[in-house]
Design a binder for this molecule. Structure first.
Ligand SMILES: [Zn+2]
Ligand SMILES: [Zn+2]
Length: 243
């Protein structure tokens, strides 16, 4: 039986979001219904509401979530009901040239759930980044579910699905930070702090955190920044050169 839950929807460009009744279908082949326990608020959700991603309103927002698998469809083997999972944007195929080369981030055949969640009147929803987790439950492809340690609080684990990956990946993969490197990170919010943590994990010896908020610079130290620079009262470029 399809279920009705509450969710946060952006109905039209630039308009305030609204709490709506969402119809979540039973999971079809390869799909899973997840009970959302926590979901971060990311700037990309604002981009969706502002029409900056595409015009496929209404959007079911939210994409940094952790929760528990409630039910799975036919053929699902990677997760089972009761599993504690985080959600990622797209499931990879596991069989294409990129997946077989161990580079699933270049997968040629990624996918989300085939079925659509809808508003109560049947209007199809576009889930933000294929997730739509500002809702009590959401329907995803099972490959979007990654089991994680159930002792991790959902409010922290969910962030792995977007902000942490974005920053950590920028440092460790895109930026290729390595042992002994010097790194400067401009902007020490969630993504910036994750980039600092990624640089630290990769063995960077000098990590300069740049922000205009002393409180954030203090937090940056906890993630591995070795130096901090408040760009309001210091020339950041000159400071970085001097380190
Ligand atoms: Zn995000
Ligand atoms: Zn693939």
């Amino acid at each position: 039986m399809p279920q009705e839950v509450q969710g946060i929807v952006a109905r039209a460009k630039g308009q305030p979001v609204t709490l709506e009744t969402i119809v979540v279908p039973d999971p079809g082949p390869g799909e899973a219904v997840v009970q959302v326990q926590a979901c971060g608020v990311c700037h990309t959700d604002l981009h969706y509401r502002e029409g900056g991603i595409n015009d496929e309103f209404p959007f079911l927002l939210g994409h940094e979530a952790a929760g528990v698998v409630e039910s799975v469809g036919d053929g699902v083997t990677n997760v089972s009901p009761g599993d504690y999972v985080i959600l990622n944007w797209r499931a990879v195929c596991g069989n294409c040239r990129s997946c077989l080369k161990g580079k699933p981030w270049y997968c040629f055949d990624t996918h989300n759930a085939d079925q659509k969640m809808t508003l109560a009147d049947g209007t199809e929803l576009s889930p933000a980044l294929g997730i739509g987790a500002f809702a009590e439950k959401t329907l995803v492809h099972s490959g979007q579910c990654t089991p994680v340690d159930s002792s991790a609080p959902a409010t922290a684990a969910g962030l792995l699905g977007c902000g942490v990956m974005a920053g950590l990946g920028a440092a460790m993969n895109t930026g290729g930070v390595g042992r002994g490197d010097s790194v400067a990170v401009f902007g020490c919010g969630g993504v910036g702090d994750a980039a600092i943590a990624g640089s630290h994990l990769a063995g960077a010896s000098t990590i300069v955190a740049v922000d205009i908020d002393d409180r954030k610079l203090e937090w940056a130290k906890q993630f591995g920044a070795t130096h901090t620079c408040n760009a309001n009262d210091t020339d950041a470029v000159e400071y970085i050169k001097s380190v």
